[in-house]
Each structure stands twice: as structure tokens, then as C-alpha cells.
Design a binder for this molecule. Structure first.
Ligand SMILES: Nc1ncnc2c1ncn2[C@@H]1O[C@H](COP(=O)(O)OP(=O)(O)O)[C@@H](O)[C@H]1O
Ligand SMILES: [Mg+2]
Length: 186
């Protein structure tokens, strides 16, 4: 599938982006939308939140996950995958860059951790997945210098104590705005 020209090019900043860019815990994500925050108290809670998102997803949706090692990005993806009807275990794609799963929609689980230049990955095939027939979940979105400008739902996971997590959610682009509105309405 051919991507729309310039779809993933960095956009100019809007006033709203400037307002959200400096928010605590979310400073590196420059989403166009306001940030909506939820908290979970354990891994099952994070998976349950992901499972709420899964039925809302359609082909071509992209979820950009950020947060330190062990924050819960893969745990979130496991909850999402299960709710998409994927029976096999979802394991971290760190060493293979991408794992594909068949569910209600194909799930492309991508990990940018080991890439020296993630932006180059956009030119080398990642773009085809983003514009593809399934849902993309991308760990280590912060490896992009301006990932908040990339269309999709952005979720930053911030540990709070041992097993608490704060999940800051923002949207970039009209489709992600719709998704976020549905998530916050639930
Ligand atoms: N509220 C929580 N949400 C997500 N994971 C949690 C939570 N509390 C504890 N954990 C644990 O933290 C670890 C997160 O690991 P993982 O999902 O692999 O992180 P990442 O992919 O961000 O490096 C798991 O062992 C998980 O069980
Ligand atoms: Mg991981």
C-alpha cells in the first residue's frame, strides 16, 4: 500500500501542542490533542485498559507507546492482543524488530529500541506497516525525535511506585482524536 506523500513528515507546531508539550511526565510527546490520563494499580489493570481499546480499533490504526524499560509497554500490548483474539503469547519483539500476529485484525508489534535511526526505518518499510491492513503497536516511540507529530494514538506509561502506572494518552490526527474520544467516553 502506498503511503500518502508527507503523511509522516513532521508538522508545524500548533498552539495546542505548545500547551501540552511541557506537561509533567509527557514533555517528550507533542500531541495535537489534550492529554487524557488514567491510572492502573497492577499489570492486569494495564491489560484491562488495553482490552477496552481493542474493540475500537480498525485497520491502519497506530498506537505509539513510550516509557522506560519495564514500564509496561509489552504488558499493555499483551492485553490488546488478547482482546483482538490472538491466542498465542505475545512476547517482546526487541530482538526481531517486528512480530506479526493474526487476530480480528492483524497485529504488528514493533520495537524501536535497538534501532540506531528509527526515522530511517520509516523509509525502509515501517511506513508500509503503518499504512497497512492491521493495527501497529510501536514500543519506544520516544526514539523518534518528534513522535508526537506522527499520526496515531500516543500512550506514555509512567511507573508510580512498585506496580502503579500512570498512562498519559494523546492523539495526533483526526482518526486518533476519534479513538481517544471513544476511549474517554467509556
Ligand atoms: N500497573 C502495571 N502495568 C504494567 N506492568 C506492570 C504493572 N505493575 C507491574 N507491572 C510489571 O512491570 C513489568 C513491565 O514489563 P514490560 O511490559 O515488559 O515493560 P516494557 O515493555 O515497557 O519494557 C512486567 O513485569 C509487569 O508485570
Ligand atoms: Mg517491551
Amino acid at each position: 500500500m502506498k503511503p500518502a506523500p508527507g503523511k509522516y513528515a513532521a508538522n508545524g507546531r500548533t498552539g495546542a501542542q505548545r500547551q501540552t508539550a511541557g506537561r509533567p511526565g509527557f514533555g517528550i510527546i507533542k500531541c495535537v490533542s489534550a492529554i487524557w490520563t488514567t491510572h492502573t494499580s497492577d499489570a492486569a489493570g494495564t491489560q484491562a485498559f488495553a482490552a477496552r481499546i481493542a474493540p475500537l480499533l480498525a485497520a491502519g490504526d497506530v498506537l505509539w507507546l513510550s516509557g522506560d524499560l519495564g514500564s509496561g509497554k509489552t504488558t499493555f500490548t499483551q492485553g490488546l492482543g488478547r482482546a483482538l483474539g490472538i491466542g498465542q503469547p505475545i512476547v517482546s519483539p526487541t530482538f526481531v524488530l517486528i512480530r506479526e500476529y493474526a487476530g480480528r485484525l492483524p497485529l504488528y508489534h514493533i520495537d524501536l529500541y535497538r534501532l540506531d535511526n528509527p526515522r530511517e526505518a520509516l523509509n525502509l518499510g515501517l511506513r508500509d506497516y503503518l499504512d497497512g491492513d492491521g493495527v501497529c503497536v510501536i514500543e519506544w516511540a520516544e526514539r523518534f525525535d518528534s513522535h508526537g507529530d506522527l499520526p496515531g494514538l500516543h500512550i506514555h506509561i509512567e511507573p508510580q511506585g512498585d506496580s502503579g502506572r500512570r498512562l498519559d494518552c494523546g492523539a495526533s490526527g483526526a482518526r486518533a482524536e476519534t479513538l481517544l474520544a471513544q476511549i474517554t467516553a467509556n
